[in-house]
Ligand binder design. Structure first.
Ligand SMILES: NC(=O)c1ccc[n+]([C@@H]2O[C@H](COP(=O)([O-])OP(=O)(O)OC[C@H]3O[C@@H](n4cnc5c(N)ncnc54)[C@H](O)[C@@H]3O)[C@@H](O)[C@H]2O)c1
Length: 291
């Protein structure tokens, strides 16, 4: 078979029969990749930050621990600590760290605390964003310089800051994942300055992937469709956005934070060892839909 033949049912059968008879070890894949039931067994990492059990970060942490990882959950302040503590209480697969990315001394303290607890880490997930409420409604043209700086500093620059601070305690071949949204490349209603921040974040992911690739560290972006969380409720018209995406997306079943968790496990695991600088959309395919 040339590979250009139309796939008749008999050629499909022939090809799959042949492949299924080649032992995995002979296909050139590193041993162990395809027979791990627990894809993150033995790995330690951070998910920064979580607000409550509806946070995308929480779904990622739950997916990662269910695959054998030990996860350090990040909370921004005392208030969120109080909400998240009951979620991790009594769980040996969780640790908790408090850090507001805007304060350099807190980022330094985070690194020291993580070093003391874990020694080194295999991954971290940047799952945090913020913009002033008045900048997530009306017209983008009205964004103030102050509002622009706030959104970009917290939602985009924090990834660079955390990558620089945490890279020295990351193991080679580790994984960094950031969370973005389609509003980075499309003018989404009310998303405004956050779309600009996400465009910066996605670009940072590519530059960080280039910087850290020499150590085998991958840097990728997950881009979920709209999900009802505390941060997302800051965007005016969220519920209409969710309904619209679910109506128009090619896949007709509901999607939510759990689907993001599943894709995160892939990016944090050795299965994605050849993937860096990429954006994976978890939106039931909405981003490819035409009229
Ligand atoms: N919910 C959605 O529809 C959606 C879609 C695409 C992408 N995202 C992205 O997913 C990520 C997680 O958001 P979420 O929807 O789970 O909401 P969330 O409110 O549960 O999480 C946002 C987190 O950002 C943290 N944060 C904000 N400023 C911080 C700071 N200075 N220091 C430390 N932490 C800070 C908050 O404490 C909070 O835990 C964000 O990057 C968001 O933009 C969300």
């Amino acid at each position: 078979m040339t590979g250009f033949e139309p796939a008749t049912s008999s050629s499909r059968t022939r090809r799959s029969t042949k492949l299924s008879h080649i032992p995995i070890a002979d296909k050139g894949y590193p041993k162990g990749i395809y027979n791990q039931a627990m894809l993150l067994q033995g790995k330690k990492g951070l998910v920064l930050s979580v607000t409550n059990d509806r946070s995308i970060g929480w779904a990622i942490a739950e997916a990662a621990t269910s695959h054998g990882a030990v996860v350090g959950i990040g909370v921004q302040n005392e208030k969120t600590r109080e909400r998240v503590e009951p979620l991790v209480e009594g769980r040996s697969d969780y640790r908790m760290f408090q850090c507001d990315f805007m304060f350099d001394d807190q980022v330094e303290a985070l690194v020291e605390a993580v070093k003391a607890e874990f020694g080194s880490i295999d991954f971290f997930v940047h799952s945090a964003a913020y913009a002033n409420k008045e900048d997530l409604m009306g017209q983008f043209i009205d964004t103030s310089e102050e509002g622009f700086k706030t959104a970009l500093t917290i939602s985009a620059y924090s990834l660079v800051k955390l990558a620089r601070a945490l890279a020295p305690i990351m193991n080679d071949d580790g994984s960094i994942v950031a969370l973005s949204y389609l509003g980075s490349v499309r003018a989404a209603s009310n998303y405004n300055v956050m779309g600009v921040a996400k465009a910066a974040l996605e670009s940072e992911v590519r530059y960080l992937a280039a910087d850290l690739g020499g150590r085998g560290i991958r840097v990728n972006t997950l881009s979920p469709g709209p999900i009802n969380t505390v941060a997302a409720r800051g965007v005016k018209g969220l519920i209409e956005m969710i309904d619209h995406v679910h109506e128009r997306a090619p896949l007709k079943r509901p999607f939510g934070a759990e689907e993001v968790g599943g894709s995160a496990v892939y990016l944090l695991s050795d299965l994605s060892r050849g993937v860096t600088g990429q954006i994976i959309f978890i939106d039931n395919g909405y981003n490819i839909a035409g009229v």
